[in-house]
Write a protein that binds this ligand. Sequence first.
Ligand SMILES: *Cc1c(COP(=O)(O)O)cnc(C)c1O
Length: 354
Amino acid sequence: MKHLVPRHIDALKPYQSARRIGLTGRIYLNANESPWTNTIECKHNNLNRYPDFQPYELLNKYSQYAGISKKNILITRGADEGIELLMRSFCISGNDKIMFFPPTYDMYAINADIFNIRKIIIPLLSNFQLDLISIKKNINNVKLIYVCNPNNPTGNMFLRKNIISILKFIPKTTLLIIDEAYIDYAIENSFIDILNQYTNLVILRTLSKAFGLSSLRCGFVLSNTYVINILKKVLTPYPIATPISDIAVQSLKAGNIKYVQKNILKILYNKEFLVRKLKIFSCIQNIFLSQTNFILIKFFYSEIIFQYLTSNGIIIRDQSHKLGLKDCLRISVGTMNECQDLISVLSRFETKKL
Ligand SMILES: *Cc1c(COP(=O)(O)O)cnc(C)c1O
């Protein structure tokens, strides 16, 4: 069968999602999900009909939520589909280049590998900020730039003036894509307010994180109508299943948005609690500042900690194999009970060690 497979697909390493890694435990702090679900019910009596290509009521609701016009929104199956669709629509396989800034979200690199698109990799500086000088030096003929802001897995935001400066020095033929998967945790830092000022700016959003609807697979590409219309040519005919759009519409009603906003505040509170408690642990080298619902932590021996937590039923995410993240683990912020549980399990490790 081997001759059936193109070489770049044969060499591909698929995304190691939390679900594929498949560790089981009591407490899941490994996928940056919300610990609270939405209880939304829907009746379906029209499943014999194909859904709208872009369900109107969902466009309407997200347009109200985001404060931008419906014609600047494309609904996709999660932000992941947006990441992929942009490459499929704008890049020529084996020829074009994309740029991104590791350590960051893996899907930019993986999709580039799938489509045999060249990767221009500009590592972040040691303070996890963008290396503007190298970006500028290597920008020639780059089609798409992916910036994850706030960044996963580091948790920080990039300096606004640096992103603006990239927008100013790149040609109009290069798209800057800002992945705002976690922006709801720091919504005042969104770039949505300047979407109309730059024709080559694209923003990705999702209901998977702060909205607590990872299982829905619903995301949004926000951009000018030219870009949106190109993407519409390439997107599959019926991307959004009717039950999905019905649930998404409900999640964007005022009452549920209030519920989500309350949950965001709870997560921010729990995060402060976690950081305050973790600070005194001697197994920790550094806790990185986070503007998201997760914390990146550098331990002294991350492998031992990871194994210890797993064997105590607490599943977190190993990031130690990533560029510049030796001994780093990522912990999603859970409920207060889950945070306290984590602290008490880690405290037992500390006292055992002494
Ligand atoms: C989780 C995540 C996504 C994927 O979001 P979906 O909408 O669930 O596809 C995209 N980008 C980043 C940075 C993420 O962390």
